[in-house]
Design a protein around this ligand. Structure first.
Ligand SMILES: [Fe+2]
Length: 334
């Protein structure tokens, strides 16, 4: 349920704060292709005030609120642990993020509030109109990510392209070359696409030598080449709107990577091509799609084994985390 707010700013369309009309064709042409920071004004909208976000946390279905903690060490990429946020109010969860060590992701805002669907429609309509190359654009979603002052978003890559619209706080972002096996091994990339492993990748600081970085502040939109590994270290509590999507190109990469994992390696090819161009790639993709329709490929994975947690958000405890006597599944892991 959405609480009405009489503020004139609240009732203003979110897309009035996009600023894409000021970017120009050159900037829009880099969207989803090249690490780029561009200005926006979404953070000035009342929808992203503390009160509005607390209202959102109170009213959006619990299964949309992902909550994790981690060790604030960039090399500890396997330290991310689920924390149950189901028993706390929106105000308590917001306060826990402010003073604890949390990574909270409020998923699929556009399914809950039509204002976010309208924002996505106008955002991507404007991007395409102004030169962004997004052939076959589909499944556009928006998530709100709230992270604590000392939080890390560990080294990983996302299977789907996305863009971050930063709304609050300051954080440092590092972006690394896409589909370069020095930064993520070929087998690891395939395993992520196959669902065999999580998106977190092994990291050591020597990788930073090949990175690009920037400090993000409220009013910065950022994107990078699809599947570029990236990581974040917060300077303050941060809030970002993450807009993810799929394109024909991202779907093809998905199919080629899964074909390599489920088909090519099974046939003895331990060095399958990652090419996405030409007849061989097209034939491989078609073969995968036909084969998957009958065999419904799924990797043997222990990812589901980690779905229960004994940790729960509790603002009365040190670091706002309680260790419970029993394991349970928060709504977002059911
Ligand atoms: Fe990411």
């Amino acid at each position: 349920m959405i609480t009405n707010n009489t503020s004139s700013n609240f009732n203003k369309s979110l897309s009035d704060n996009l600023s894409i009309d000021e970017w120009g064709a050159e900037l829009c042409g880099k969207f989803n292709k090249e690490f780029t920071v561009a200005p926006h004004k979404l953070h000035e909208h009342e929808k992203f005030s503390r009160a509005s976000i607390i209202d959102l946390l109170d009213n959006i279905p619990k299964d949309r609120i992902q909550c994790y903690t981690m060790i604030a060490d960039a090399t500890k990429t396997n330290s991310v642990a689920a924390v149950n946020p189901d028993k706390v109010s929106g105000a308590e969860l917001y306060a826990a993020v402010e003073s604890g060590l949390f990574w909270v992701n409020v998923k699929r805002l556009q399914k809950f509030d039509p204002a976010f669907q309208q924002l996505l429609d106008e955002m991507f309509g404007e991007l395409v109109e102004r030169g962004a190359s997004l052939n076959g654009l589909h499944e556009i979603t928006s998530d709100l990510i709230l992270t604590s002052p000392g939080a890390h978003t560990h080294y990983h890559f996302d299977r789907e392209p996305n863009s971050l619209w930063h709304l609050h706080g300051s954080k440092k972002l590092w972006v690394y070359p896409s589909m370069d096996f020095h930064y993520a091994s070929q087998h690891h990339i395939e395993a992520v696409y196959a669902g065999k492993t999580s998106e977190y990748l092994p990291y050591n600081e020597t990788l930073d030598q090949g990175s690009q970085s920037c400090t993000l502040n409220a009013g910065d939109a950022v994107w990078w080449e699809t599947t570029s590994p990236h990581r974040v270290e917060n300077n303050e509590m941060c809030i970002s709107l993450n807009c993810a999507f799929k394109t024909r190109a991202s779907t093809k990469r998905w199919n080629i990577q899964r074909a390599n994992y489920f088909m090519m390696r099974k046939m003895g090819n331990q060095n399958p091509s990652i090419s996405e161009e030409g007849t061989a790639a097209n034939v491989k993709e078609i073969a995968y799609r036909v084969s998957n329709r009958f065999l419904n490929y799924k990797a043997n994975s222990n990812l589901r084994a980690g779905l229960a947690t004994s940790l729960a958000v509790d603002v009365s405890k040190p670091n706002c985390i309680a260790e419970l006597a029993t394991m349970g599944r928060p709504a977002f892991l059911k």
